[in-house]
Design a protein around this ligand. Sequence first.
Ligand code: HEC
Length: 298
Amino acid sequence: MRDFSIGDLLNRSSLYIALITAWVAMLGSLYFSNVLGYLPCDLCWYQRILMYPLAGMIAIGILRRDSNLPYYVLPFSLLGQGISTYHYLLEKTQLFGPPTACLTGVPCTIAWINWWGFITIPFLAMSGFFIITVMSLIAITAGEPHYDERRGMPWVQVALSIGLVVFTFAAMVEQHRQTTAATLSLVERPAGEQTPLSTQPQVAAGNANLATGARLYAEACAVCHGPDARGLQHLGNSLVDSPIVHDLSDEEAIAFIRAGVAINDPRNSTGLVMPPSGGRPDLRDDQLRAILAYLRDK
Ligand code: HEC
């Protein structure tokens, strides 16, 4: 019997790790868009185009014990890694100036998630492509998967790997459905009992810089709320007559914008997601104040 070592184990499981990663990335991105309601931008679509085929390709390659598998995978994973790295830099740095890739539809720089200040959706994609690339290189050096007449097709391992990921996401979808149902039932109180959103009088625009507000609004909010702030179908609602803009204090309105509105938020009235800070975590409080002043002045 052969000696057992961690290196051996990694060699033999490299393509299974790549398989699981591709499935997590595929179902994870579908969870973001189809369950949580985040809109994929153009660059997100290119990354999906490169990631989704890998979920099937790696499974078939392992089943056929095709030693060329890593060579089929690498062009997809390397290109995908290039695009997701570009996307991440676009989001987090000024290296490429203002985004030019997504001129129509959802801007590529909207941060739907921003966990711990650096984990965004392109970051997750970048990590996924990176793991798949490294695992494919390990498979090449280890000569995996290799054809061996005595070994049959590894149906069980492949089915278990995919099944584990599918099961986890099914549980997450179910969990989301239950919390949505629970929060919605909380809202079904008689109208009189609901606390009004507006509790404080509108704070005067004061000396806030309306021109700065207009510029920042056009840059950060107009894509969803419309160039004239009257809303855009399937993207964002009108802010011209929004009680949140007009009746809340600056602090309350800023807190609202910072938090955003998730799809299962009981206050959500559109079935669309308002990303935290409008997807621009970099906006400072004084900048949001200028946007509010501009909107109130309209
Ligand atoms: C990706 C699209 C998107 C972007 C970008 C965006 N919003 Fe929104 N916003 C929405 C959606 C969708 C809603 C409605 C959510 C709901 O149903 O409650 C909303 C709701 C709001 C509301 C509450 C309106 C009301 O009375 O119901 C305010 C205020 C608001 N957004 C401000 C902003 C500001 C300020 C910015 C820019 C910094 C911004 N949004 C950027 C999508 C967006």
